[in-house]
Ligand binder design. Structure first.
Ligand code: 13P
Length: 263
């Protein structure tokens, strides 16, 4: 019995691998070699985000099926900001993508919605494409604040983003990140549909339909198939499973595999 047929979404499927603060020279070389040896679809976008220190090496050595992202950037071009990396530097390093607003930066490093909005707007102005992350904590969800949390996070983006054509929105419920507790396909779809509606109300239907809304939080090659068939899930942002090339490659093939299983 096959899975339900994937929706005819106009948006190109997108899979991101967020390596977070993991790796050594040796493990990064092995991961890149294994990714390079794998077969991934050519009709989707695949982006890996190594730690800054390895980013230049990865960009130079990974095959062209994979693009590269930074995991963070600063709000200003340069100056006395010890430890920060600017969007200009990321562009100068020929890295086309950056992740903004990851919950680990929001919660562990105190990044506010305003800061995330400013970073996102600045990175876009510099010419980067952005994977902007949103998502609620378990406490916010359980206390009835899921949708106002999402609204506030999106509002900070609306205030700073002029060109949504280079934004991928990642819905990452905090309770699902690194916990092994993946959102059910219905739970994820419900929030993605809500985000799509907010985008439609603000930007119009055709623009809203072209923006990828991807899901992140304990995605594995075992659970990605059904998630990939949900109408408003346009891809994934993968943490732990992106460090294992076979799993990540399977996730990159999720939508195609689901389509094949449905036929
Ligand atoms: O935070 C994530 C991706 O940005 C998700 O992490 P995990 O896949 O390890 O839960």
């Amino acid at each position: 019995m096959g899975l339900a047929a994937p929706p005819a979404s106009s948006a190109k499927f997108f899979v991101g691998g967020n390596w977070k603060c993991n790796g050594t020279h040796a493990s990064v070389e092995k991961l890149v070699a294994d990714l390079n040896a794998g077969e991934v679809p050519s009709d989707i976008d695949i982006v890996v985000a190594p730690p800054f220190i390895y980013i230049d090496w990865v960009r130079a050595n990974i095959k062209s099926a994979y693009e590269v992202a930074a995991q963070n950037c600063w709000t200003k071009p340069d100056g006395a900001f010890t430890g920060e990396i600017s969007a200009e530097m990321i562009k100068d390093a020929m890295v086309p993508w950056v992740i903004t607003g990851h919950s680990e930066r929001r919660l562990l490093l105190g990044e506010s919605n305003r800061t995330v909005g400013l970073k996102t707007g600045h990175a876009l102005e510099v010419g980067l494409s952005v994977i902007a992350c949103i998502g609620e904590t378990l406490e916010q969800r359980n206390s009835g604040h899921l949708y106002d949390t999402i609204d506030i996070q999106l509002q900070a983006l609306f205030e700073n983003v002029q060109d949504w054509g280079r934004v991928v929105l990642a819905y990452e419920p905090v309770w699902a990140i690194g916990t092994g507790v993946v959102a059910s396909p219905a739970q994820a779809q419900e929030v993605h549909a809500y985000v799509r509606k907010v985008l439609t109300d603000r930007l119009g239907k055709s623009r809203a339909e072209s923006i990828r809304i991807i899901y992140g939080g304990s995605v594995t090659d075992a659970n990605c198939g059904e998630l990939a068939t949900q109408e408003d899930i346009d891809g994934f942002l993968v943490g732990g499973a992106s460090l294992k090339a076979p799993s990540f490659i399977n996730i990159c093939n999720a939508r195609g595999a689901a389509a094949a299983a449905a036929n």
